[in-house]
Write a protein that binds this ligand. Structure first.
Ligand code: NA7
Length: 544
């Protein structure tokens, strides 16, 4: 790799003319680089971290784990890779996924074209030459025909604006930027702010170490037990015997995952039957729970049956009725916020060293030198853990000064909400691609499946340009408008729009309230992309 671990001055600025600059070395960027190489094109990948892995590089907090089955949350593009790699657990831990991504980088010799510890700060389109000028915080000047953003949907971690936070004298950690040297919480009093997936994963781990954990909860979340287990060797063998077919079958589903889909409506079966069905899914564990019936995300009455079941489980697990009530979500339909998957989260509140603090009714007023203060109490702590989420989908793009045709910035264009054709390209930004951009299924699916589809589509589009002597590709404004309307119309038919979620941009003050991903399902989306190609890249302008 070009950059080194040894600090800022270890290398001189790079000045290079390339076919493509790729930003971000997570699943998306790594595969994109591999595909560009496959086309015989020159590409350089710019990565802010000191290693590859993207989201899985930064989110290394204790308990960080994927909630998609390992056999599915992995690349399918190389048969040898998928046959040879072995996952140790049903839901892989962050260190194992990071090891896998490092293995992929080594196996496909990607590292020689990756510059680490380097943040892309600007990408400016030059109308005259039709090329992108990418600048980095290390002074690099990269000039390329294609600029491909693989910046991730959950990569821009945010920290809360708590008055006095800077004056807190203890340790402060953010789950989305966890230090490499794991902090030791033994004997310490810790407060965790945030009870989304990250908070729900980290709390049980901290409770085993710390002398006391205060869980500062603003909004309770629905969570399903993971039922994680070591990889079952027979199941793995069976999968690998027909891996390619399984991957294809997954691509033909809504989520890009071989869940147990059920086309029955929740209210079409008896209450006894429903309880049995929910119980069966609950004991199997995982987000598959939300697929117990096909209308859970479409019909509020159906949704209520699933939500009631989970609330009853919380009451069953948590001994103190008041704590159980505070942990029970009532403000959003189950699944309308990303459903969480946990290992012993609710049971953790039965421990003597764990206290739930309802900061909805008594908000945090300030941080002090020694802890946190609400209107009712002061919490003396040694460490503070912020599990406060991300500026999702568009946050990482917004941090880069991206300017398209006539100097128009992406930030200006997206001020009222992102506009993108298929989540892949935005009008006015020629040869500029976003992998899992807004308006694509991305985070509503197995994101690796979505990434592979996007990368393959972009690589094929670039190959098409080259094969036909074309230099430039751009989304048409009218195609983009029609797509945005479709994305919002599909979302409006679901219960997703009823929650103040990061899917809606609702967790970021001032962010336009728009449903960011495409809720029409992976398979429908994939077919749409294929149809557009078959129609000669309908909705795109291709120029010589
Ligand atoms: P999430 O799901 O956005 O959760 C963030 C949590 O932090 C959530 O409970 C928020 O409460 C809470 N939060 C955010 N800001 C504050 C402030 N200022 N005060 C108190 N509490 C706050 O992020 P995660 O990292 O857990 O998960 C993101 C995705 O990663 C997840 O969905 C998976 O797909 C993987 P709120 O709900 O806003 O009241």
């Amino acid at each position: 790799m070009v950059a080194s671990e040894s600090g800022e001055d270890a290398r001189r600025p790079i000045v290079r003319s390339l076919d493509a600059v790729i930003v971000g070395a997570g699943f998306a960027g790594l595969y994109m680089l591999h595909r560009m190489r496959g086309l015989g094109l020159s590409a350089l990948l710019v990565e802010a971290g000191s290693g590859v892995g993207g989201t899985w590089f930064w989110n290394r907090y204790p308990g960080a784990r994927c909630d998609v089955d390992s056999l599915e949350y992995s690349f399918s593009f190389s048969e040898e890779l998928q046959q040879q790699w072995t996952w140790s657990e049903r839901f892989a831990t962050q260190p194992e996924i990071l090891k896998y991504l490092n293995h992929v980088a080594d196996r496909f010799d990607l590292s020689r074209d990756i510059i680490l510890e380097t943040r892309a700060v600007a990408a400016i389109y030059d109308d005259a030459s039709g090329r992108w000028q990418v600048r980095t915080d290390r002074g690099d000047r990269l000039d390329a025909r294609y600029c491909i953003m693989a910046t991730g949907c959950l990569s821009e971690a945010r920290t809360p604006d708590i008055p006095g936070l800077a004056s807190f004298g203890g340790e402060v950690y953010a789950t989305g930027q966890w230090p490499h040297a794991h902090p030791d919480f033994t004997g310490k009093r810790v407060a965790v702010i945030g009870t989304g997936s990250s908070g729900i994963q980290v709390v049980p781990m901290l409770a085993r170490q710390a002398s006391h954990v205060f869980v500062m909860q603003r909004t309770p979340n629905f969570s399903i037990p993971a039922r994680n287990a070591p990889t079952d060797a027979a199941r793995e063998r069976a999968w690998k015997a027909t891996y390619a077919q399984k991957r294809q079958a997954a691509r033909e589903t809504t989520a890009g995952i071989l869940y147990d889909y059920n086309d029955t409506n929740a209210l079409s079966v008896s209450e006894t039957q429903r309880t049995q069905d929910f119980e069966a899914r609950w004991s199997k564990g995982g987000v598959n729970f939300i697929r117990t019936y096909c209308d859970i995300m479409l019909d509020k009455n159906a949704n209520d049956t699933a939500a009631d079941f989970v609330r009853a489980k919380i009451r069953e697990i948590v001994r103190d009725p008041k704590t159980a009530a505070t942990l029970s979500p009532h403000d959003h339909p189950i699944g309308a916020k990303r459903i969480c998957v946990d290992s012993d989260y609710f049971a953790t509140f039965n421990r003597d060293n764990v206290t739930l603090v309802d900061i909805r009714s008594t908000p945090i007023l300030a941080a002090t030198k020694t802890g946190l203060k609400t209107a009712q109490a002061s919490y003396e702590i040694d460490a503070l853990v912020l599990a406060t989420g991300f500026d999702a989908v568009t946050g990482a793009l917004a941090k880069i000064d991206i300017r398209g045709r006539a100097g128009v910035t992406l930030a200006q264009k997206w001020a009222q909400g992102p506009r993108s054709y298929l989540g892949l390209m935005s009008a006015g930004f020629p040869n500029f691609f976003t992998i899992t951009g807004p308006g694509s299924p991305s985070i509503l699916t197995n994101v690796v499946v979505s990434i592979e589809q996007h990368v393959a589509w972009i690589a094929d589009a670039i190959a098409h340009l080259h094969a036909n002597g074309l230099a430039c590709m751009e989304a048409k404004a009218e195609a983009e408008d029609a797509w945005a309307e479709h994305v919002s119309e599909v979302a409006s038919r679901t219960l997703f729009v009823q929650a103040n979620s990061w899917y809606m941009g609702a967790n970021i003050p001032g962010k336009p309230r728009i449903f960011l991903p495409y809720a029409g399902g992976f398979n429908a989306y994939r077919l749409k992309c294929e149809e557009i190609v078959a129609r000669g890249y309908a909705g795109f302008t291709l120029r010589a």
